[in-house]
Ligand binder design. Structure first.
Ligand SMILES: [Zn+2]
Length: 108
């Protein structure tokens, strides 16, 4: 048992929240603070948006992010590169098709 810093009532050692006053205890507080301290450019939502808008240029963000494991970094890098290569190929293909159809129109 330990004492709650909020109301000084006795609470369980592994309690996250005091049952007497509803105060969040130190451990829980600390992880919440860490979450809040995380810079905005390392937030998952920002990285997803960045990858969607600038593609492989957002890769350094993933590599700098301290919360991502190495396996994830490698996997994401391969995935993003493969996806951008696919999009690049598709774009080139459509440009080629467009040129071909222009040639056909000019030929008429
Ligand atoms: Zn309390």
């Amino acid at each position: 048992m330990k004492k709650c810093p909020g109301c000084a009532e006795e609470i369980q050692n592994n309690a996250v929240k005091c049952k007497h006053c509803g105060e969040f205890l130190e451990g829980a507080h600390r992880s919440r603070l860490l979450e809040a301290k995380r810079p905005w450019y390392f937030r998952k939502s920002f990285i997803v948006v960045a990858v969607c808008s600038i593609g492989p240029l957002a890769l350094p963000l993933i590599w700098w992010r301290p919360h991502t494991t190495r396996a994830w970094k490698i996997g994401l890098t391969i995935g993003i590169l493969a996806l951008s290569w696919f999009i690049f190929q598709a774009t080139m293909e459509s440009i080629h098709t467009l040129k071909e159809s222009y040639k056909l129109i000019e030929g008429l």
